[in-house]
Write a protein that binds this ligand. Structure first.
Ligand code: ACM
Length: 548
């Protein structure tokens, strides 16, 4: 047995070592590949200039100035002269040997801050690190520590999702959300725009999608299937002009938006607008056992959550409709990827539909899983012809994977592992690590779904499963957190579910495993919590306690 005195001695040594280590650490999240804190400081004041030495760097200068204005109340003069004065922030390019774009070098001495990006995004990520070196309280004289950083991302795909169908978020708030992604050095926003409870994207050729499909007459109260209905009409959609504006806003932050148009399931809102999309257009929406607002007039937008049998019928009418919709989607979103959903499609209606059964015989399709595969394959062919690639949830593996599909693994990692072994690209979003609609406390502090997902579990996730060979691991493009909003009805709750787990995710995606350390992350989080106050965002503080 260790004596009490020796034990206290060991604990004291450990505490001293930890505090020495944390003094040398730059409080940057995600942790950079290499970072060294140096003695001395550089002060950013309204007299400091930003000097651009490469074209395209003005975008990052603009972002930095907007940040300074918003949180510290001043901006810096930007110029492109070749003479570098003192008291300057220099932005330029520097070729770096990193396979994944976004690397940068940064050093800070008493006269200047220098950021050299491997590409424009790299400069932008350097600016994000600089922002994290600023004091997290308002001031007009911003002292930052001298330092040297060499940094690059681990994964090419660093995503965050938002479900705007179950609950709608305004254009301004979506932009704020995109800023959260950018400041986490992440590069993809997966925008879930259609589902059973609301169609949220204007499609000019099918105006009823938004006239009818973007409104529900009420929403259940409490957990599914609901202990009442709020009887409030709930509507919202994004116009094409608003979407173009948001796509540009994201691109200025080196973020690609991947739109998701759900098929063949989760299609109630589209079917409410155009009932011929169903195999049973004359059957009214089932509302038994659901607390329902208003009368049922044929097909309705859903008012409760879950999965519904009335799905897209694999008919010529449906495929023409979807091709027209996707044409407008592609014109709005330059992303190579279009997410076509593919999850949770009940097969009941296809089983009892004479049309589907005949189609299966005609095409030699064995079962309804095969019919789902035929559906996804048909859409993939259409999108591939237009130079786009599909992403689908892991159910698209059922009945045979479409030849070029990327799989988003959500029901655990198994779907992603199977797809990687078949040499398909994979994005990992397993529920146990990446679902931010799950609770952050063991005893729910509000209604959530799916279980308990504390900060530490997110932090410890590795998107490359150890069961894959190193060749197979190359198919794991990265990972993403999903924010489903059945039980997230407002911005306050959205932020509470997002922070601080987004910080942990950013480190999963950016930082090599050898540089990850949970205790060190917790110590770097202290500044980040202060920054949440500066940003005036809501967050959950449970994560800083090691266990509940
Ligand atoms: C999903 O969470 N249904 C993809």
């Amino acid at each position: 047995m260790m004596s009490k005195k020796i034990f206290v001695f060991f604990v004291s040594v450990l505490m001293i070592c930890t505090s020495v280590q944390s003094q040398n650490v730059l409080n940057i999240i995600p942790a950079p590949a290499k970072a060294e804190k140096l003695p001395g400081e550089f002060t950013i004041s309204p007299d400091t200039k930003i000097m651009l030495t490469g074209s395209g760097t003005e975008n990052s200068a603009h972002f930095f100035n907007e940040y300074l204005q918003k949180y510290y109340g001043f901006t810096l003069q930007v110029s492109t002269s070749n003479e570098i004065p003192k008291n300057v922030i220099v932005l330029g390019f520097e070729k770096m040997e990193n396979k994944i774009p976004g690397a940068y070098n940064m050093h800070v001495n008493q006269d200047e801050v220098y950021i050299g990006g491997d590409n424009e995004a790299g400069v932008f990520y350097g600016i994000q690190s600089l922002i994290q070196l600023l004091p997290a309280t308002k001031s007009s004289s911003l002292k930052i520590t001298q330092c040297q950083i060499i940094d690059s991302p681990r994964f090419a795909y660093r995503g965050l999702h938002l479900d705007c169908s179950r609950h709608f978020f305004s254009v301004d708030y979506v932009k704020k959300y995109i800023d959260f992604i950018a400041m986490s050095k992440m590069n993809t926003f997966h925008w879930h725009l259609t589902d059973d409870q609301g169609w949220r994207i204007e499609i000019k050729k099918y105006p009823l999608l938004t006239q009818k499909g973007s409104c529900r007459n009420g929403t259940i109260i409490g957990n599914y299937p609901g202990k009442g209905n709020d009887q409030q009409e709930y509507c919202g959609y994004y116009t094409q002009d608003q979407i173009r504006d948001i796509v540009k806003y994201a691109a200025d932050r080196y973020i690609t938006i991947i739109p998701e148009i759900e098929m063949p399931g989760h299609a109630s809102a589209a079917i409410a607008a155009y009932p011929l999309l169903s195999c049973f257009p004359n059957e009214a929406t089932q509302t038994d056992k659901i607390p329902w607002a208003g009368k049922v007039h044929g097909k309705e937008v859903q008012q409760t959550w879950g999965v519904f049998d009335d799905v897209f019928c694999p008919s010529d009418y449906t495929f023409h409709f979807l091709e027209d919709v996707l044409d407008e989607v592609m014109a709005l979103f330059p992303s190579t990827y279009i997410h076509i959903g593919g999850d949770e499609c009940p097969k009941e209606n296809w089983k009892r539909s004479e049309f589907c059964q005949n189609l299966m015989k005609e095409k030699g399709i064995k079962n309804e899983e095969g019919l789902q595969s035929y559906f996804i394959h048909t859409i993939e062919q259409y999108l591939n012809k237009k130079g786009r690639q599909i992403i689908g949830w892991d159910e698209i593996l059922e009945g045979g994977l479409a030849p070029n599909a990327t799989v988003m693994s959500w029901r655990g990692e198994e779907g992603g592992i199977a797809a990687a072994k078949m040499k398909h690209d994979v994005i990992m979003t397993p529920g146990d690590y990446c679902y931010f609609d799950h609770s952050q406390s063991k005893h729910n502090d509000s209604i959530t779904i799916g279980g308990y997902l504390p900060l530490e579990t997110v932090y410890k996730y590795d998107p490359q499963p150890s069961s894959l060979t190193s060749d197979e691991k190359k198919y794991i493009l990265g990972a993403q957190a999903n924010v489903w909003t059945e039980y997230i009805g407002n911005e306050t709750k959205l932020e509470y579910m997002l922070f601080p787990r987004l910080a942990a995710l950013s480190e999963v995606l950016w930082t090599n495993t050898t540089n990850k350390d949970w205790n060190n992350f917790l110590s770097r989080m202290q500044d980040q919590y202060q920054r949440y106050h500066l940003w005036n965002v809501h967050y959950n503080a449970n994560g800083i306690r090691k266990s509940e």
